[in-house]
Design a protein around this ligand. Structure first.
Ligand code: BG6
Length: 497
């Protein structure tokens, strides 16, 4: 049974309070935690922005955002009354050292509470905001800071930001969020691997041929072109979400499920990734950019058209990638010789995040040629949507006519089995911050190790000065992405379906 574990009274201050993340994710998540009676009565929520808004104006904006982003069934007027009473708006230019009195006054009386500063802003503001928080005297021993990804745009800027934030907060007070770690199905990876004795003995190069990790999206840049065009799929998705998934699949069993045991094991995986640099970049990676096409039968514009629409029609030119494939390899005893094919992109045919564990074929077939192929087993871990796990098994095709083989799925659908609502990742992670539990957040060394691996790929793309390959929206990316895996005699899971 799902349990609501109470948290102590807290104050949360969201910088970027009128931004997309606050409206789409943070405030809806806090509202839902309030609806489930997890937020103590006196807790307060402050939205910080440069806009000239009264708290009532801000609450009205939030209401609008909540109505847009919550399921209708989750809306409740009584909860809204309670929730809106906690809300205040603070007008502040957080990059300036003056003008902090409103926030200081607002926080008065909460010195003993957990105090969460959520920086839903561009990463170059993380350092200045932290310095100003300190100067304003609001960083109490109970304070903690949440940093949204991406932390920087390369290793050097990530280290600088980590240093700047580190002069104000201790590592234990810094929560670097990767919302994929808060997804129920991502946490379930640990249950699948370490609460079942079945898989672990097979979880090595002796039994596994290769692993595919795909995070496919149907959406385009959704009005976030300004941010996205400076990032691209490698920085926006691979450096964090896909590498975190890879770590959870590949790490050694941690001794305990605590913050350092888990993060130590993830770090070892990142450190064991074979560098992709120089000539390897074009052999082991593919980048793409979507052109117009159709998704779900609806025509959609090209990436460049979306960018120019956001720039009021000014023609855009950009070499930012909206699609990436990487053949990653982990140099350790468990995984030597097992490629991990990573793939992510926007405007693909379906929204689907999956991990495919492709087992090796049987060493010798006892069946006659007419029985059909003995297909190797495949474990499909569906992270979203249709969350669940499918193991493909070879079976006898029923009925007379000789022994014919057929692959059949053993399917566990979480929706059918558990019939519960899956909370949004941010609901879980926000409450973890309040509790002070950083297990599902990235430690400084992890973030830096991830950048160290990603950076030579970015450099390689720059040096080759090759544009990302065009792909039609609604397809699985450029043909080079298919060629990359087929050169190894393998196919993408969706192509095999
Ligand atoms: C975010 C990226 O971190 O993750 C977005 O910035 C992306 O570009 C999103 O769309 C995907 O998250 P989810 O939870 O919808 O898979």
């Amino acid at each position: 049974m799902a349990q609501i574990i109470p948290v102590d009274v807290f104050d949360i201050v969201v910088f970027g309070g009128t931004g997309d993340l606050a409206m789409r994710k943070l405030m809806p998540s806090l509202y839902l935690r309030d609806r489930d009676a997890q937020i103590p009565a006196e807790s307060r929520i402050f939205g910080v922005s440069r806009s000239d808004l009264s708290s009532a104006d801000y609450a009205a904006r939030l209401r609008d955002g909540l109505e847009r982003h919550l399921d209708q069934a989750d809306w409740d007027d009584d909860v809204w009354q309670r929730f809106s009473a906690r809300i205040s708006h603070v007008k502040l230019d957080a990059t300036k050292s003056d003008g902090w009195d409103g926030l200081v006054e607002g926080l008065e009386g909460g010195e003993e509470r957990a105090r969460v500063f959520y920086l839903a802003t561009s990463p170059d503001l993380f350092g200045p905001i932290c310095r100003n928080l300190k100067a304003a005297g609001v960083v109490t021993p109970q304070a903690r800071v949440v940093l949204e990804k991406p932390i920087g745009r390369d290793l050097e800027s990530a280290c600088r930001i980590n240093d700047e934030v580190g002069t104000v907060f201790n590592e234990d007070q810094i929560f670097r969020i990767d919302h994929y770690l808060g997804k129920e199905t991502v946490q379930n990876l640990m249950a699948l691997r370490f609460a079942n004795s079945l898989f672990e003995p097979l979880w090595t190069s002796a039994s596994i041929d290769h692993i595919q990790i795909t995070v496919a999206e149907k959406i385009g840049v959704e009005g976030r072109g300004g941010y996205y065009d400076r990032s691209g799929a490698l920085r926006d998705m691979v450096q964090n979400h896909l590498l975190q998934l890879l770590c959870l699949v590949a790490m050694e069993p941690p001794v305990r499920l605590d913050k350092d045991s888990v993060r130590d094991e993830k770090l070892k995986v990142l450190q064991a990734l074979r560098p992709i640099a120089g000539g390897d970049v074009s052999a082991k990676t593919v980048s793409g950019q979507y052109r117009s096409g159709a998704v779900d039968g609806h025509p959609v514009p090209a990436y460049l058209e979306e960018l120019s629409a956001e720039a009021d029609g000014t023609a855009a030119d950009s070499t930012t990638e909206t699609f990436v494939v990487i053949k990653a390899e982990i140099e350790n005893w468990r995984w030597a010789g097992v490629p991990f094919y990573l793939r992510t992109g926007k405007r693909l045919p379906k929204r689907s995040s999956e991990i495919i564990i492709q087992f090796r074929p049987v060493p010798h077939s006892i069946f006659e040629a007419g029985a059909g192929q003995v297909e190797p087993n495949r474990l499909v871990i569906r992270l979203q949507p249709d969350e669940g796990v499918t193991l493909s098994l070879m079976t006898k095709d029923p009925g007379p006519g000789g022994l014919r083989l057929r692959s059949a799925p053993l399917n566990l659908s979480f929706a059918e089995t558990f019939k519960v609502r899956y909370p949004d990742a941010y609901e879980r992670l926000l409450m973890d911050v309040v509790r002070g539990n950083p297990t599902l957040f990235m430690r400084r060394d992890e973030v830096e190790a991830a950048w160290s691996w990603v950076e030579p790929i970015l450099e390689g793309w720059q040096n080759n000065s090759e544009r990302p390959k065009a792909y039609t929206s609604g397809t699985w990316g450029p043909s080079a992405a298919i060629a990359l895996i087929e050169r190894d005699g393998r196919t993408w899971h969706d192509d095999a379906e």
